[in-house]
Design a protein around this ligand. Structure first.
Ligand SMILES: Cc1cc2nc3c(=O)[nH]c(=O)nc-3n(C[C@H](O)[C@H](O)[C@H](O)COP(=O)(O)OP(=O)(O)OC[C@H]3O[C@@H](n4cnc5c(N)ncnc54)[C@H](O)[C@@H]3O)c2cc1C
Length: 412
C-alpha cells in the first residue's frame, strides 16, 4: 500500500502548530505552509502576551504533551486585572483567587517557540503564502486531491485534507463560507513602555505583573506586562475611517510618530485624566495599528450556508475571528484538539487514505465548532464593546464581582 496522502495545514500560528504537534505524536503525515519567511518573530504577530485557560488552551497543550515546556514560561502571578474609568475613578483590581480556571500568561513568541520546537523542522515550509486551492486528480482509485498555489508561484499537490489555520484573512475560508470579517469601527494602536520609560514606575504601580484597562466613551487604554517586565500599551479608538491610520492619514504612525501621537491625544484623549494620557505621551515605538475585525454571528446560525468542500475545514481565527476577548488563542488551540480527536476517532489508528472517515470527522468537528464560535463571537463583540463604553469600568467591575461572589458562595 502507498503512503497515505498528507494533510496540508495552512498557517503556523497557535492553532496550526498545535494541530501539527498532535498529528506528529499520532504518526499522521502532514505539512505546514506558513506565510512568514522564517521562524524568527515577525512584526505582525498580534498580542504581546496571551492568557491560556485550563479547559481550552492549557488542555490542548496537555494533550500535545507540552505542559512541562509551558510551565517553564507560564506567569501565574500575571492573573491580575486593574480597571478604571477615563478619569481614574472606579478603580478596582481583580485577581484570580477562588477562580476554578487558571489563566497564566505567556508571551506569544514563547508559545510559538514551544510549539515550533515540538515538530520536526522539515514539516514546516516557510515563505509559503497560500493564494488559491483547487481540486486535482491523482488520488488513486479515482480519488481527487487538493492542489495548493502559493504567492511565490510554486504549487504543491496531492493533499487529502486541507486545514485552514491562516487567521483572520484566511485564504481557505471562501471554500467553506461566503462570510467575510467586517471592520468593527474599533482600532488599537500598540506602543511600548520599557524599563527606561518615564512612565515605567507608574505602569508598575497601576498594572503590576498583569493587565489593566481604562475605559471611556469610544476609547480604551490597555496596558499589559510582558515576560521581560516591559509593558505593551494598546491605545483604543472608535473610528470608522480606517484611512486615518494608513499612509498620509493623521494617525500614520509608520511615517510620523510625533504628529500622529499629537493627533491621537488631541482628537481622542483630550478629556482623559493626566496620569492616563501620560502613558500615550511617553509610549515608545515600534507602534503597530490593529484595526479590529469580526465575523457576523449569523454566519454560524444552523441555517447559514456552509459548503462541504471534501477534506477542507477551518480552525481558530480562520473559522471564527472576533474582537479580542481573551479567548481567541484558547479557542484556536481547542479547535486543533477537537479536530484531532474527531479525526483519530474516525481513522481508528490506521492513518489510511479513507476519505469518508476524514469527511465524517470534519462534519462532527464543525457541528461542535460552529456552536462554540457563535458564543465566542457574541462574547467578543460584547466584551470588547464594553471596553469602549463610558460606563465600561462600572460594568466590568460588576462582572468581576459576580464571579467573585459565585466563587465565595461555592467555597462556603
Ligand atoms: C491586538 C490583538 C490582541 C489580542 N490579544 C489576545 C489575547 O490577549 N488573548 C487571546 O486569547 N487572543 C488575543 N487576540 C486574538 C488572538 O491573537 C487570535 O485569536 C489567535 O492568534 C488565533 O490564532 P490562529 O492560529 O487561529 O491565527 P493566527 O495567530 O492569526 O495565525 C495565523 C498564521 O497563519 C499565517 N498565514 C496567514 N495567512 C496565510 C496564508 N495565506 N498562507 C500561509 N500562511 C498564512 C500567519 O502568518 C500566522 O502565522 C488578540 C488579537 C489582536 C488583534
Amino acid at each position: 500500500m502507498s503512503a497515505p496522502a498528507p494533510i496540508a495545514i495552512i498557517g503556523g500560528g497557535p492553532c496550526g502548530l498545535t494541530f501539527a504537534r498532535l498529528l506528529s505524536r499520532a504518526g499522521i503525515n502532514y505539512v505546514v505552509f506558513e506565510r512568514d519567511d522564517s521562524p524568527e518573530p515577525q512584526d505582525h504577530h498580534s498580542g504581546g502576551t496571551l492568557d491560556l485557560h485550563t479547559t481550552t488552551g492549557i488542555a490542548a497543550l496537555d494533550a500535545a504533551g507540552l505542559r512541562a515546556e509551558f510551565e517553564n514560561f507560564a506567569r501565574y502571578e500575571a492573573a491580575v486585572f486593574t480597571v478604571q474609568d477615563a478619569q481614574g475613578g472606579n478603580r478596582y483590581r481583580a485577581d484570580a483567587e477562588g477562580d476554578e480556571e487558571q489563566r497564566p500568561e505567556i508571551d506569544r513568541v514563547q508559545l510559538r517557540k514551544i510549539l515550533l520546537d515540538s515538530v520536526p523542522a522539515e514539516r514546516v515550509k516557510w515563505g509559503k503564502t497560500l493564494e488559491s486551492i483547487s481540486r486535482g486528480e491523482g488520488g488513486g482509485k479515482g480519488a481527487k486531491r487538493w492542489v495548493l498555489k502559493f504567492k511565490d508561484g510554486s504549487e504543491e499537490s496531492g493533499f487529502r485534507m486541507v486545514v485552514g489555520c491562516d487567521g483572520a484573512s484566511s485564504a481557505v475560508r471562501p471554500l467553506i463560507t461566503p462570510a467575510k470579517p467586517q471592520y468593527s469601527g474599533k482600532t488599537y494602536i500598540e506602543g511600548r513602555i520599557s524599563p527606561s520609560n518615564p512612565q515605567y514606575v507608574a505602569a508598575q504601580d497601576l498594572v503590576g505583573p498583569g493587565n489593566s484597562a481604562a475605559m471611556g466613551a469610544g476609547r480604551a487604554l490597555l496596558l499589559q506586562q510582558m515576560s521581560d517586565r516591559s509593558y505593551r500599551a494598546y491605545i483604543g479608538i472608535e473610528e470608522s475611517d480606517t484611512s486615518l491610520t494608513r499612509p498620509g492619514g493623521i494617525l500614520d504612525f509608520a511615517t510620523d510618530i510625533e504628529t500622529s501621537r499629537t493627533a491621537l491625544l488631541e482628537r481622542y484623549y483630550a478629556d482623559w485624566a493626566p496620569h492616563l494620557r501620560a502613558f500615550i505621551e511617553d509610549a515608545e515605538a515600534p507602534f503597530r495599528v490593529w484595526p479590529l475585525y469580526t465575523l457576523d454571528v449569523e454566519a454560524f446560525a444552523p441555517e447559514a450556508q456552509w459548503t462541504r468542500a471534501p477534506g477542507v475545514t477551518l480552525l481558530g481565527d480562520a473559522a471564527h475571528v472576533t474582537l479580542p476577548n481573551g479567548e481567541g488563542v484558547n479557542l484556536a488551540m481547542l479547535d486543533a484538539l477537537k479536530l484531532f480527536e474527531a479525526l483519530t476517532a474516525e481513522l481508528g489508528g490506521d492513518d489510511g487514505d479513507d476519505d469518508d472517515a476524514v469527511e465524517r470527522a470534519i462534519v462532527a468537528y464543525e457541528a461542535d465548532m460552529r456552536t462554540r464560535a457563535q458564543a465566542h463571537i457574541e462574547d467578543g463583540i460584547q466584551m470588547c464593546g464594553m471596553m469602549f463604553q463610558a460606563d465600561g469600568a462600572e460594568k466590568m467591575i460588576a462582572f468581576f464581582k459576580s464571579f467573585e461572589d459565585a466563587a465565595k458562595a461555592q467555597a462556603s
